[in-house]
Design a protein around this ligand. Structure first.
Ligand code: ZN
Length: 342
């Protein structure tokens, strides 16, 4: 089975955007905004959006399961306040749960957290528990910068995050480090802010003792690890100069996905990062939706690059396509075993 660990519901029915617009407009005027019970989307609308979108591409590209979460740029943690972020996160997570319930063979859920700038991340614990225990989700997306590009909250090593990490460890769920939209005009959302977020998170891990405190905590750094694999020598050297442990220590807790949209990039990733630490992902119907004129294939059809790279053995490919996902997402195997028809 080929598991894509990074997919968002980017094709959600337009009612979701209309609901969000009402929320954002209300937030701008200091009002409360609509409750998520006002959001009406039918099962048929969900089926239409999935069968002409992510499911169609799964079939065309030969993958079987997507670890699926709300649209990342849409999380917009910087908009409104804690109450608005919670209502929005719950609405988005419930929609993901409906997709996963309609297509249990093809999608497993990961939740958005109700983060809000200046609010302790402990506020995310209840929604994480709800999504894991009631909906059967297997992970969360954690935004290292809920300010949307201003980076004025505590770094990931700060003890403010610890209640959330404690719950992740207790539930045995990893987090994908994933920023949302940028509201800082210096940073294009998917071209700069995303890659900054990935790179920044890894450097915060290098300079902290986070994994001494949480030896079983697991993070996936998406988009191929941002700039990290390309600059592996820089980070190894920085760690050495700062008398920090070698990067191999971090690889007990940190994993990279394959959302890198060209062959040379995947060749580099698979040469630098051990196969045990790479998870297949495409983020399809995401940031880059076009066809590469040099290859004639979609940029985000990443399975092709994994298939073609000379750096991997058959056993390595099995790990990247399937095996590592089962190790990193501790609840996945049981979840799949309990899925009717599997
Ligand atoms: Zn993403």
């Amino acid at each position: 089975m080929i598991i894509d660990c990074h997919g968002h519901y980017t094709t959600a029915p337009r009612e979701l955007d209309a609901f969000r617009k009402q929320q954002v407009d209300a937030a701008a005027s200091g009002a409360h905004g609509p409750a998520r019970t006002a959001l009406r989307i039918s099962d048929d609308q969900i089926r239409e959006s999935i069968e002409t979108g992510q499911l169609k591409l799964q079939r065309e590209r030969g993958t079987q399961l997507t670890i699926f979460s709300p649209r990342a740029a849409g999380m917009g943690h910087h908009i409104g306040n804690e109450a608005i972020s919670l209502e929005w996160s719950q609405a988005c997570n419930e929609l993901i749960h409906r997709v996963c319930s309609l297509y249990p063979q093809n999608f497993v859920g990961v939740c958005q957290l109700p983060q809000s700038p200046g609010v302790t991340p402990a506020n995310c614990v209840a929604e994480l528990e709800r999504c894991v225990n009631e909906f059967g989700f297997i992970g969360c997306n954690l935004n290292p910068d809920p300010s949307g590009g201003h980076w004025n909250g505590p770094p990931l090593s700060d003890h403010a995050w610890y209640p959330l990490y404690e719950k992740m460890v207790e539930l045995d769920v990893p987090a994908m480090i994933h920023v949302s939209m940028s509201c800082n005009p210096h940073f294009h959302t998917t071209g700069a802010h995303y890659i900054n977020g990935d790179t920044t998170a890894f450097m915060q891990f290098i300079t902290s003792d986070l994994f001494k405190d949480f030896p079983t905590l697991k993070f996936i750094i998406p988009h191929g690890g941002g700039a990290i694999p390309y600059h592996w020598g820089r980070y190894r050297g920085l760690a050495q100069d700062m008398k920090r442990p070698p990067l191999s220590e971090l690889l007990k807790n940190v994993y990279f996905d394959t959302c890198v949209y060209h062959q040379a990039g995947i060749d580099l990733l698979t040469r630098v990062i051990p196969a045990d630490n790479i998870l297949f992902a495409s983020e399809m119907i995401g940031a880059v939706r076009g066809i590469d004129p040099e290859t004639g294939h979609h940029f985000d059809d990443t399975k092709r690059y994994i298939d073609a790279t000379p750096n991997l053995s058959a056993a390595d490919r099995q790990k990247i396509f399937e095996g590592n996902a089962h190790r990193v997402y501790g609840r996945l195997s049981k979840k799949l075993a309990a899925t009717p028809g599997r």
